[in-house]
Design a protein around this ligand. Structure first.
Ligand code: B12
Ligand code: SF4
Length: 466
């Protein structure tokens, strides 16, 4: 069967940060392995608006048996749903499915609010997707497949019960899916298809960089992050890692076929839990060295993962940059984010990386609903102290104006809802800052944010005006 995998264009990402969509790469690879023809149409890679993307897909691939639309970020729901509507308006009669983190938590809302969808794939997609393709191709019932939510009853399949008083045309809320176990051994998955690699490589300045997914899951449970809930919804291990040999094979393939010059591991958290996590990282470092693959690489991890001996070994294997989720440098915010670390842990990790000469980009969430001016000050002073100067802070903090964004499935969503502070809709949740000065600072900061000015300037301007 011919299947089209669609990535709605992301906006607001700097070209050098744009990435191949690894999730769609994995889905295309498993579809091809099972004999289907898979095409990736990537709105970000080809700069296609939802309308142009739908027109292109409808025109070129109107005979596809399935179109799968990925919703990787919650902000992408409107774009994804306009693609679905436009495809239907254009007469597409095949199956349309959506998947990704947000649909996993919002399948009820998507099915309720948007026409034209046939199904939502919940959780990890590869196995459910292949089963769906096989069922559609053979004309079998697909509605009850594990991991799949049927948006409307498939012909012949039993639909959800309709109460006597309900509108008979309204099928009611969808049935929750039967859980689909997580892929047991990640080595069994094929390498993701790299159809769009050259488009991104040509656009991005600097060395040719490829992304790799080495593990799935994280032992942390930060309140703003949906990773724990995403994997916990399916039976299986909370953290899975590919073997060092399998990862090194993919690195070799990328060097051979795509002449990559550096690699970014896009694992939720490169470091797994406890001894197993550490040993797996050591094994990979040794395997890369053993095969002579000393390609520069980077990854994200938690501050408590930064161990001098392990990171020295990783550096020998090519590690040159780490993205560190520091988030805050005061106890209240660290507790709100459930980081389970102390300010001293943050300081220590940054010191170790500096001593080893490993570049670091710090992730900060400066603004949360209860941020105070004192906390902002403490965060900024901390950054200045560890980086030695304000220039260092500006360069090495990913987005100094970051505020806590609320996503479906996260602990913070539940907390704010419980407190009656969640505003907006699931397309974009909002909240009010409790401190009026912080509210003004964040509000008036939009211009400064766009100009990329350091937050410190805004703070001092605000103080001068007060
Ligand atoms: C790489 C990455 C990025 C890249 C871009 C990725 C891309 N493809 O273009 C960059 C660096 C640009 C980025 C930016 C941001 N990111 Co980001 N990012 C990731 C990361 C670390 C890896 C993505 C990945 O490759 N996953 C691996 C693949 C295998 O998983 P997947 O894509 O989810 O696909 C699987 C399933 O979801 C499902 N599936 C997905 N699509 C479909 C479609 C169909 C039809 C089917 C059947 C199944 C299916 O099957 C796939 C295979 O199992 C994820 C975390 C994560 N591990 O997913 C966060 C993540 C996606 N990012 C996140 C966030 C919050 C952001 C930012 C907002 C951060 C910030 N504050 O700036 C920005 C967004 C900027 C913007 N303007 O939109 C959140 C999204 C939360 C949400 N619910 O919206 C995530 C989930 C991290 C997290 N746990 O909080 N990100
Ligand atoms: S450490 Fe990273 S991946 Fe793990 S829960 Fe926290 S934010 Fe999510």
């Amino acid at each position: 069967m011919r299947v089209v995998l669609v990535n709605p264009a992301h906006t607001g990402i700097r070209p050098e940060d744009e990435e191949e969509h690894l999730g769609l790469g994995y889905l295309a690879a498993v579809a091809r392995r099972t004999g289907h023809e898979a095409v990736i149409v990537d709105g970000t890679a080809h700069r296609l608006s939802p309308e142009r993307l739908a027109a292109l897909v409808g025109h070129r691939f109107g005979d596809a048996g399935l179109i799968g639309v990925s919703v990787i970020f919650q902000e992408l729901i409107p774009a994804a749903m306009s693609i679905v509507s436009a495809l239907r308006r254009g007469g597409f009669g095949g199956h349309i499915s959506v998947g990704g983190h947000p649909p996993t938590f919002l399948y009820r809302e998507l099915v309720r609010d948007f026409q034209g969808l046939d199904s939502v794939v919940v959780g990890e997609g590869e196995e459910t997707f292949v089963d769906l393709l096989q069922a559609l191709e053979s004309g079998l019932d697909w509605a009850g497949l594990p991991g799949l939510v049927a948006a409307r009853p498939a012909s012949g399949a039993p639909g959800p019960e309709v109460s006597a008083t309900a509108d008979p045309a309204d099928p009611g809320p969808p049935l929750p899916p039967t859980p689909r176990p997580l892929v047991g051994n990640l080595d069994d998955l094929p390498f993701p298809a790299r159809d769009t690699f050259e488009v991104y490589a040509a656009r991005s300045p600097g060395p040719r960089r490829a992304s790799i997914l080495r593990s799935r899951g994280c032992y942390g449970n930060c309140s703003f992050c949906d990773t724990r809930a995403f994997y916990a919804a399916s039976p299986g291990a909370a953290w899975r890692v590919r073997s060092a040999a399998n990862v090194a094979d993919e690195v070799e393939m990328l060097l051979r076929n795509h002449a990559v010059e550096c690699v970014r591991f896009w694992d939720d958290n490169f470091m797994g839990p406890g001894r197993r996590g550490r040993e797996a990282a050591e094994e990979l470092a040794r395997e890369l060295v053993r095969r002579g693959l000393r390609i520069p690489f980077s990854f994200e991890c938690r501050v408590t993962d930064v161990d001098p001996d392990l990171f020295r070994l990783l550096k020998e294997a090519g590690l040159n940059r780490v993205f560190l989720g520091v988030e805050a440098a005061n106890d209240r915010q660290l507790a709100t984010y459930n980081k389970m670390v102390t300010v001293e842990d943050n300081r220590r990790a940054l010191r170790v990386l500096e001593d080893l000469g490993i570049e670091v980009t710090v992730g900060m969430i400066m603004f949360d609903p209860d941020t105070t001016m004192e906390e902002l000050n403490a965060n900024l002073e901390f950054l200045k102290a560890v980086f030695g100067s304000w220039a260092g802070v500006k360069k090495r903090v990913a987005r100094p104006w970051n505020r806590l964004e609320v996503y479906a499935g996260t602990p913070i969503e539940a907390t704010l809802r419980e407190q009656g502070r969640l505003r907006g809709t699931y397309v974009r949740y909002e909240y009010e800052f409790s401190d009026p000065t912080v509210r003004r600072l964040y509000g008036s900061g939009s211009l400064l944010r766009r100009l990329g000015l350091p937050i410190r300037d805004a703070l001092s301007r605000l103080r001068r005006r007060a």
